[in-house]
Design a protein around this ligand. Structure first.
Ligand SMILES: [Zn+2]
Length: 502
């Protein structure tokens, strides 16, 4: 390894250390930090992000990047070349954001997060509105700094889904909407076909924790390099390839939040735990986009975790942990966890209606950035859209526009990646099944290793080496396209609800 590349890696490593320290403080803020510590913690986070930004965007970094680029060019080491290429692109992007702006974003986001939690608890949007106004202003400034040609929202989207345009998302969502809305309506007309009483009963918290841990281990989460804690809003966070943590929440009268929350976050964690160690402490040691990341969580939570084969295998263990389910039987349980019902809370929505929740948020965000939606009108517009798309209206702000943390954390541009993830998950599983025709049978026998190995080889190990569209194309032969996902939904729900056209 050459001298220049070693020097560059040293600097990238120090930047990465600062970012991981930030992640530890953020994780602590969400899990264990006492309420009174908000103000000093905001300052700590702002200081660390300012230091990281200053170190990464320093002129010395540019000199090291150029020198390392010349060196790696002659070495033909694809991984080192990727480290330099991705770092150079990150550098160019980071240079567009002034250090003061980055610190302001960090400080505001930390305080807005606190205001959001309070507003959500009291179900009063008014308490959060000033912070959202501030965050939208910051998002617009960010779009201006980053630059765009067609639409300011493109610049925000590109941070989470590199290469994706607002118009692409509109087109993909339109295709998905046209195909799934009739399916939702047909299912709604036969809603009595599927009941879900068995998953709405008392479930001991300790038993949920034990079973959740068991499921996480069965699908491959490495607890020696991770742990599970509780937060209001579940997430996965990385302090390094060998420390990838998840959080979840528990409802002692409903099985889904803990169980599927864990499977979802474990899906994210498997991606991060599976990255090639030679990318540790470099910008490549992360998922390549939020859409790709979400494809991993959705794949394990839904395509595997809500499949009949998975529960045929897990059934004896499930009943051992929760004897109250024995009476229902595996088929009733399978139906219960797949029941479709228009509901208010995105994170608890079924697979079929989930994407409607995303479309509401995506459309509203684009309108906010365009200036066509005023903050004070958000609760009303939100409720109207829920009525239009799902036929239901939230009774209060906590169950409506205050339910998600994203607008508190300056995460404008993020939401569409959830549905893109659903779409990519189906494309990936279709390819995996083509490569391994016995995959369904493996699930039936509790063998999840072959799928994980396939994902590790094709997706996880690469980290950010390939851009999302490029990676999807390499693995599936197609760009991001909703066809496989629409086919998956149609087949599954036609069978479950005994629809004619199945
Ligand atoms: Zn997720």
């Amino acid at each position: 390894m050459g001298n220049h590349f070693t020097q560059l890696k040293q600097r990238l490593g120090e930047v990465s250390d600062l970012d991981h320290a930030t992640a530890v403080l953020s994780w602590d803020q969400e899990t264990y930090m006492p309420e009174g510590s908000v103000a000093p913690r905001s300052e700590q986070l702002a200081t660390l992000s300012k230091l990281s930004h200053a170190m990464f965007t320093a002129p010395a970094t540019l000199r090291q990047l150029k020198a390392a680029a010349e060196e790696t060019d002659t070495q033909k080491n694809a991984k080192n070349l990727a480290i330099v290429t991705v770092s150079r692109a990150d550098y160019a992007r980071a240079r567009k954001l002034p250090a003061d702006f980055v610190a302001e974003v960090s400080r505001t986001s930390s305080q807005a997060q606190h205001a959001w939690m309070d507003a959500r608890k009291k179900s009063e949007f008014k308490l959060f509105a000033p912070w959202l106004r501030k965050n939208i202003e910051l998002a617009r400034r960010r779009a201006d700094y980053l630059g765009y040609t067609d639409h300011p929202y493109d610049a925000l989207l590109d941070q989470y889904e590199p290469g994706m345009k607002t118009s692409d998302v509109h087109r993909i969502f339109e295709e998905l909407r046209v195909k799934t809305v009739p399916l939702i309506q047909q299912v709604a007309a036969r809603s009595e076909r599927v009941g879900d009483a068995c998953i709405h009963q008392a479930f001991d918290k300790a038993a949920q924790e034990r079973f959740g841990r068991h499921v996480a281990e069965v699908i491959g989460y490495d607890f020696k390099r991770g742990r599970v804690d509780y937060t209001t809003h579940p997430f996965c966070t990385t302090f390094g390839i060998d420390d990838v943590r998840i959080t979840t929440r528990v409802d002692e009268n409903f099985l889904n939040p803990y169980l599927f929350g864990v499977m979802h976050e474990v899906g994210h964690a498997l991606y991060e735990q599976g990255i090639d160690h030679s990318y540790e402490r470099t910008p490549l040691a992360s998922g390549t986009s939020l859409g790709l990341h979400e494809s991993q969580s959705r794949l394990w939570e839904n395509l595997v975790g809500r499949s009949r084969e998975f529960w045929q295998f897990m059934w004896p263990s499930l009943v051992t942990h929760f004897p109250q389910l024995a009476e229902a039987g595996v088929e009733d349980f399978y139906e219960a966890i797949n029941k479709v019902e228009a509901s208010l809370i995105r994170v608890e929505a079924d697979e079929l209606t989930y994407n409607m929740h995303i479309m509401v948020r995506f459309e509203m965000e684009v309108a906010m950035i365009e200036g066509n939606l005023k903050v004070k009108d958000i609760p009303e517009v939100w409720n109207q859209k829920y009525n239009d798309y799902l036929g239901i209206a939230p009774p209060n702000d906590a169950l409506g526009c205050l339910q998600d943390t994203h607008w508190a954390g300056v995460g404008i541009g993020y939401f569409s990646t959830y549905s893109l993830g659903n779409i990519i998950s189906a494309q990936l599983l279709e390819s995996a099944e083509r490569a391994m025709p016995t995959l369904r049978d493996d699930f039936l026998h509790g063998r999840f290793g072959p799928l994980l190995t396939w994902l590790r080889r094709n997706v996880h190990q690469h980290g950010r080496r390939f851009k999302p569209q490029e990676l999807v194309k390499r693995v599936t032969g197609s760009t991001i396209d909703p066809t496989a996902y629409i086919a998956y939904l149609t087949t599954k729900y036609s069978e479950l609800y005994e629809l004619d056209h199945a």
